[in-house]
Design a protein around this ligand. Sequence first.
Ligand SMILES: *Cc1c(COP(=O)(O)O)cnc(C)c1O
Length: 358
Amino acid sequence: MSRVFNFSAGPATLAEDVLKQAQEEMVDWNGTGMSVMEMSHRGKDYVSIAEEAEADLRELMNIPANYKVLFLQGGASAQFAAIPMNILGDKKTADYVCTGSWSKKAIADAKKYCEVNVVAQPDAFNTIPDQSEWKLNPDAAYLHICSNETIEGVEFKDLPECGDVPLVADMSSNILSRPIDVTKYGLIYAGTQKNIGPAGMAIVIVREDLIGNAMPITPSVLDYQKQADADSMLNTPPTYTWYMAGLAFKNLKKMGGLEAVAKINDRKAAKLYACIDASDFYATPVEAKYRSVMNVPFTLPSADLDAAFLDGAKKAGLVTLKGHRSVGGMRASIYNAMPEEGVDALIAYMQEFEKANA
Ligand SMILES: *Cc1c(COP(=O)(O)O)cnc(C)c1O
């Protein structure tokens, strides 16, 4: 059996080293005679796994001590509601930048709990409106952005300036892709199944002073203060996903940390975009400045060619390249775990397909 290069947007490819280690430890973790899946989340073995994962994430992202790191069920989508419920405090409104499909979903849920002020929204989701055009509300509880729109392939390149208003970022598809300054954010959240590990969990990194004032209607499992007090074990956490995330963090450390990872990511994205730009056959709708380093949407000259492209790709071991149903075309998700050889193989296939079909 040989592995394919899987360009899925999520659940997405995992590093082979991580999968192999999980396989090695599958039936007997560290001499305990049981799988991680079979352990009590309150036992000392599992607690050590959970704590080590948090410590490694803190080290990788350089997370200051005054930030809580939470490991929660419900994916990133649960946080769409949890964020206003937890950090609105005595404010009534929150600012949102609407840059694509995931921003829209975050806004739709936030509207159930607060007044949403959409500070900017481009006519087409292929760019980020210039900050000079944003209509920020200085009295907003927070400013929410989606730092990388997974479906449209649009990524923030500059940190928004929002003064004392806490910045909240959905980093589901670009967390850990490069070093960031956590202190510039009030809250960072990400579902795990894009750039970390398996599905079933969200990681929330939140500044301590923003929590502890949740709305009374907030379900306990979504109450950041209660979860922080319980070390994210108010109820049973997604133990295996948490463990797998920990293996992924160790793997990133082994690769040299986020500086080293960013170099590889930039190189992978640059060569794929260069391939698209060099051809009259392929095109990408995203404005060059805001092109995502993680999710690369591209089109062929005619949608009639899509099926043949995907078919040939599959035969070459390159799978899940179909674009999201809402935008069509192709999308190559090239997260941390996508080896550079996978991108090289995709480029070689694209050039070959162009030659045969141009
Ligand atoms: C996938 C995704 C989500 C939703 O994640 P779930 O874990 O499925 O809830 C939210 N935001 C972004 C940017 C995503 O890519």
